[in-house]
Every structure is written in structure tokens, then in C-alpha cells.
Design a protein around this ligand. Structure first.
Ligand code: HEC
Length: 152
């Protein structure tokens, strides 16, 4: 019979093991997920303003767009080494299709760079300019996810 005490002991024993597994996650996977989270953090500001969920603030919009511009140019190509797909390792939603279609994946990353440039030039101008640029930017994110990210 499993007592509460043995359960508690089992949990205590399991915790350091889990922490260890976390530490061992491939640094490339950690980095690309962190990059994606920063994309989401910044596009959240722009999307919020575009959709009227937050007041338009030219300075904040320009700052988020400038961050996106630089993040999209932060050398992320090396974050996708072969063998880090979600069929081969835990802790990633990157589909194996990425490595079968690397040229297309790279083209989508390039499309994101273009869309962030357009947004950087638009975001601080006025709300209408930001709104015109958000669709293509969102599509650059979403198109790649549809093709290459495991749905949750
Ligand atoms: C070139 C393809 C590509 C582009 C462009 C792209 N993503 Fe991703 N994104 C992925 C892939 C692949 C994953 C899964 C990564 C993994 O789990 O290793 C992902 C994961 C994510 C995640 C989940 C991160 C997590 O915590 O697990 C978020 C959020 C995200 N992307 C946001 C964005 C946003 C916002 C943009 C646009 C500004 C964007 N992505 C552009 C391919 C892309």
C-alpha cells in the first residue's frame, strides 16, 4: 500500500531528477524557445495596440518593433541542428519536416526578417501604419508554425 509518507518521499526523490533533466536540455532548443518567447512578448504589444486592447503608444510600439527586428537577426540559424526534432528528443515542438525542407524553413525566417523591417518602419508612425504591418508580420509567424511546429 502506498502511504502518504512514501508518496511524499517519492516526490522529493523525483524532483532533483527532474531538475537535472531540465539542465540537460539541448542549449539550442532552450535558446530557440527563448527566442520565440521574446518574439511573442514583443508582438503581444503590437497586436494589442493593433486590435485596440491597449492604447496606441508610438514610443512603446517602436521599441517592441525594433526589438523584433533585432531578434529576427540574432543568428538563430544555428539553433536548429539536425537531431533536435520532436521525434528524436523531448522538450521541443519542432517537427522533423524542418530538416526535410531546410531551404523553405530558412526562407520563412527571411520572410520574418522582412516583415519585422516593415513593422519597424511603421510602428512608431501612427496606429494605421502599425495596423497595416501587423497582418504580414503575424502571417510570417503563423505560416512557419503551421508547417513546422507541433500543435499543442
Ligand atoms: C522559421 C519558422 C518560424 C518563424 C518565422 C516563427 N516561429 Fe515560432 N516557432 C517555430 C518552431 C519550429 C517552434 C517550436 C520550437 C521548439 O519547440 O523547439 C516555435 C515555437 C514558438 C513558440 C512556443 C515557444 C515555447 O515556449 O514553447 C512561440 C510562442 C512562438 N514560436 C512565437 C513566434 C512568433 C511570435 C513569431 C513571429 C514574430 C514566430 N514564432 C516566428 C518556428 C517559427
Amino acid at each position: 500500500m502506498v502511504t502518504k509518507l512514501t508518496l511524499a518521499a517519492a516526490i522529493c526523490l523525483a524532483l532533483p531528477v527532474m531538475a537535472h533533466a531540465e539542465e540537460q536540455q539541448d542549449p539550442n532548443i532552450k535558446a530557440r524557445i527563448a527566442l520565440m518567447d521574446l518574439y511573442a512578448y514583443n508582438i503581444g504589444v503590437l497586436g494589442g495596440m493593433a486590435q485596440g486592447r491597449m492604447p496606441y503608444d508610438a514610443e512603446l510600439a517602436a521599441s517592441a518593433a525594433t526589438s523584433l527586428y533585432h531578434l529576427a537577426r540574432s543568428g538563430s540559424a544555428r539553433m536548429w541542428p539536425e537531431g533536435t526534432d520532436n521525434f528524436s528528443v523531448e522538450g521541443t515542438r519542432a517537427l522533423p519536416a524542418i530538416w526535410d525542407n531546410m531551404a523553405d524553413f530558412a526562407a520563412r525566417a527571411a520572410a520574418l526578417r522582412d516583415a519585422t523591417e516593415t513593422m519597424m518602419n511603421a510602428a512608431g508612425t501612427d496606429l494605421a501604419s502599425l495596423q497595416a504591418a501587423i497582418g504580414p508580420l503575424g502571417a510570417a509567424c503563423g505560416g512557419c508554425h503551421e508547417a513546422y511546429r507541433q500543435p499543442q
